[in-house]
Ligand binder design. Sequence first.
Ligand SMILES: [Zn+2]
Length: 254
Amino acid sequence: MKRKEFITTAASPIDAAGAESADRVHIVSLGFDDGFRKSCEKVAEIHERFGLSACFNIVASASDPDTGFSDPYASKHPIGGWELWNELADRGHEIMPHGWRHAHLGEMPLAEARGLIIRCLDRFSERLRGFEPQKSVFSFPYNQSTPELEAWLPEVVMGFRTGGGGINPLPTADTLKITTEGYGPDDCGEHLERRLDELLAGPSGWLVYTMHGLDDEGWGPIRADHLESLLSRLVKEPTVRVVPMGRAIIKNKG
Ligand SMILES: [Zn+2]
């Protein structure tokens, strides 16, 4: 099966044996949020040139034409749909939940916020083949969480991503909370390069960096040719493993 072969190839560099035998390990997880169709297709292609899997964090209602979704962030560029997300997942890429809609979950009553997250996970289960909430990482819209939501989320998902520094400790079996950062509204490429330099200069660590689109799409885009040159350098770095966020932690879960 194509999916299985791809995952095996992409996942092999992070095998525990490799991680333990190296002096240092630097995991790099680059997430592309909000599902801009053109960018997602190209991000996937670029990753595939290097045998890598990309990570896409998707707004559930934006992926269905019948939900009447509207949001300022999505007004300029088309958003992909479940057909594309299933195809990309079949090609070995990671498709993770990023909300029912792009809401400030920390600014509404807890029950309402929980309801939106459950609705998102339910739609993912219905529409994305093989999706299991308990193996997913929920990425908060705007990377905005609350202590109450963070305390509840482990009941329904494997982990969650929220705002904070981009450099995390290496994932373990106990990893639930992942922090991330990004840069915008202009090109994020130089900011990402600086974070990568910091990661590679330090001890073992895990950079979880949030982006949106390529070239002219989304907040804080990165140039397509910059992403390609960056990945071509990273795959040659002996301590680096480029792995989607969820796959980085599921390796350590029982
Ligand atoms: Zn977003």
